[in-house]
Design a protein around this ligand. Structure first.
Ligand code: HPA
Ligand code: ZN
Length: 326
């Protein structure tokens, strides 16, 4: 990561970046049982050391953090701490995404109240830690279309504080055609669109994200490498790919990290960006991902620089706000 260019992470789940210490203390505060006798014993459960079997096994690791969100104050706290983490990592701008249905689910919180607390935690964090941010709402497809309608309504209740809508979770089980109406509403609300696609499923899932949901960016997009026409389309239409190589290894989306398609995408002229996904689960920072991209994926210095600039270009910011990051 070059210090003279803005450090930007545009694919980071705030509910996948809950500090283990916070999981531990919130569990104690709210008398919530965790399957560990100490914080040290919790770490191997809520963090991933090597890899998991597949995306769903990876996502199950997020459940420990979610299980301690006993009230909206806890949601506020994790949002606020995410902003502090961003400052400690040296980020200039972060797009934090979150799934309010998932966050609300264990303790039956009101979804719109979860959104409000998250919005406030991030706003206070920006004020106190000086990192610019935007919020992306997630529809967690794993819970089905009806849950996603509730989730969308909770997000729309705070429409002005949300920049974009994302579709995350079980890509194979709940494909994009199920969510056409949800995303039409989101576009009508003036939101931008990014979709997790080509992570657990193939290139058709990416075409669907673009053609059926109106995606401006694609989360992961690994499967685009199987479709040359799609790669050309992404490049021509400046649809950025949000790459998260450590996550892709840990979800078994790529067999091994040297095999990650970032380099191929850059050579095809696609605006590839580099991001952390769920840094609390993966136990990584954005700087770690730049090291992986340089040392393991073997991006050249020129390509690394391009990736860092792409992060700014693809950010859901006005041209003036992008310029102000430099
Ligand atoms: N894919 C889908 N859903 C997710 C992910 C991911 O990588 N991380 C958190 N939710
Ligand atoms: Zn993600």
């Amino acid at each position: 990561m070059l210090g003279d260019l803005p450090a930007v992470d545009i694919h980071r789940h705030l509910d996948g970046n809950i500090r283990p210490e916070t999981i531990w203390t919130l569990a104690a505060k709210h008398n919530i049982a965790l399957p560990a006798r100490s914080l040290e014993a919790l770490l191997p459960l809520c963090q991933i050391q090597d890899k998991t079997a597949d995306l769903l096994a990876f996502l199950a690791r997020l459940d420990y953090g979610i299980s301690v969100l006993a009230d909206v104050d806890a949601c506020y706290q994790i949002a606020y701490e995410n902003m502090q983490d961003a400052q400690q990592e040296g980020l200039d701008y972060v797009e934090l995404r979150f799934s309010p249905y998932y966050m609300a689910q264990t303790h039956q919180l009101n979804i719109a109240d979860v959104v409000a607390a998250t919005v406030q935690g991030c706003a206070d964090g920006e004020r106190d830690f000086g990192v610019k941010h935007n919020l992306i709402g997630i529809l967690s497809r794993t819970f089905g279309t009806e849950a996603c309608t509730q989730e969308l309504n909770g997000l729309l209740a705070h429409k002005a504080h949300i920049t974009a809508l994302d579709l995350a979770g079980d890509e194979l089980g709940f494909p994009a055609p199920l969510f056409v109406n949800h995303f039409k509403q989101a576009r009508d609300a003036g939101w931008q669109i990014t979709v997790h696609a080509g992570e657990a499923d193939g290139p058709q899932s990416i075409w669907n994200a673009i053609e059926l949901l109106g995606a401006n960016r694609i989360g992961h997009g690994v499967a685009a490498r199987e479709d040359e026409q799609l790669m050309a389309y992404l490049a021509e239409h400046h649809i950025g790919i949000e790459s998260c190589p450590t996550s892709n290894y840990q979800t078994a989306t790529v067999v091994d990290t040297p095999n990650h398609p970032m380099k191929q995408f850059l050579e095809a002229g696609i605006e590839v960006t580099l991001n952390t996904d769920d840094p609390g689960i993966s136990a990584i920072t954005l700087a770690d991902e730049y090291t992986v991209a340089r040392d393991v994926i073997k991006l050249s210095d020129e390509q690394l620089k391009q990736v860092q600039i792409n992060g700014v270009n693809q950010a859901f910011l006005s041209a003036a706000d992008k310029q102000s990051l430099f």
